[in-house]
Design a protein around this ligand. Structure first.
Ligand SMILES: N[C@H](CCC[C@H](N)C(=O)O)C(=O)O
Length: 294
């Protein structure tokens, strides 16, 4: 059996995150461990953010991201905030440069406790999302669900924030759509060869939006940071909003997204630690720290 690694169960405005401390070791959290942790009531999660030693000079850590179905993800904005909060509490440091499979990203904890993550530049080319066939204009692609003559959701904008996102624009209350039914069908639609995160977005003013997301590999979540970024970029591209937008997410939390002039997208919001423990990264067998259980 591998030696155990410390972890913290955290959340980023309701997005359920496990931050695993894999520093100083060569193994990775396995898909089997992810599935086992997700099967437990206390450790059920949307993403595991595994902190590994840096691979590249100029970065502090490499972050490996797993979805609750054991698959990998290239980006997780809410999870990155949890990582920053955990490392800031441990080290007293406030700014960090991380590496993920999608590249290098910078993050910072502010004096008020909110955390900003620079999620990098969005990509719009159909090959980069990726889509299975050419669409010259990804501000709106042909895709619909529901009756052919009266589709319930249609013509999404698609964006890569390192990971693939489709944003469906709606006029009605976001809760009036059966995202639990349509989400899985759209996530695995053949147009998305690497599947996609599916968001419905209702723009409420040039600076505000309400979103709900069906996450690739995790299902319905209380918040999705990279989807918030994708939604704001897509809204600004289609002139639905400006480039600085506050979003309300299903957990009731709020996120702020700014698509800066240098093309970088910055996500700002809170993070919270629930409890800590240790786990076996190969099996997912875990125990709660006695201090935090008191
Ligand atoms: N919850 C995450 C997104 C995870 C994305 C993942 N579901 C995928 O791309 O496979 C966030 O805050 O950005």
């Amino acid at each position: 059996m591998a030696s155990t690694a410390p972890f913290a169960k955290m959340n980023g405005i309701g997005n359920e995150i496990i931050v695993a401390d894999m520093r100083g070791r060569a193994d990775r959290v396995t898909p089997a461990a992810a599935l086992a942790l997700n099967a437990g009531a206390a450790t059920k999660f949307d993403q595991i953010m595994a902190i590994h030693d840096a691979r590249t000079p100029g970065t502090a850590y490499f972050i490996d991201i797993l979805n609750s179905d054991g698959t990998g993800a290239q980006a997780c904005g809410n999870g990155m905030r949890c990582v920053v909060q955990a490392l800031a509490a441990e080290t007293g440091q406030k700014t960090f440069a991380f590496e993920t499979v999608a590249g290098i990203l910078n993050a910072e904890e502010h004096a008020d406790g909110l955390i900003s993550v620079d999620m990098g530049k969005p990509r719009f080319d159909w090959q980069d999302i990726p889509l299975a066939e050419e669409f010259r204009d990804t501000r709106m692609i042909e895709l619909q669900i529901g009756p052919i003559d009266a589709p319930v959701l249609h013509s999404p904008s698609v964006v890569s924030m390192g990971n693939p996102h489709a944003i469906f624009w709606v006029d009605r209350d976001v809760w009036s759509y059966e995202l639990d039914r349509f989400g899985p069908l759209l996530e695995s639609h053949p147009i998305f060869p690497e599947r996609a995160n599916i968001t419905i977005a209702r723009v409420t003013s040039p600076e505000t939006m309400v979103i709900r997301t069906w996450e690739r590999g995790a299902g319905l979540t209380k918040a999705c940071g990279s989807a918030a970024c994708a939604a704001v970029v897509a809204a600004a591209r289609t002139k639905r909003t400006g480039r600085s937008v506050s979003l309300v997410t299903p957990g009731g939390g709020s996120l702020h997204v700014e698509w800066r002039g240098d093309d970088h997208v910055v996500l700002t919001g809170a993070a919270e630690c629930e409890f800590s423990g240790s786990f076996d990264p190969s099996t997912g067998v875990w125990a709660r720290d006695t201090e935090s259980a008191a």
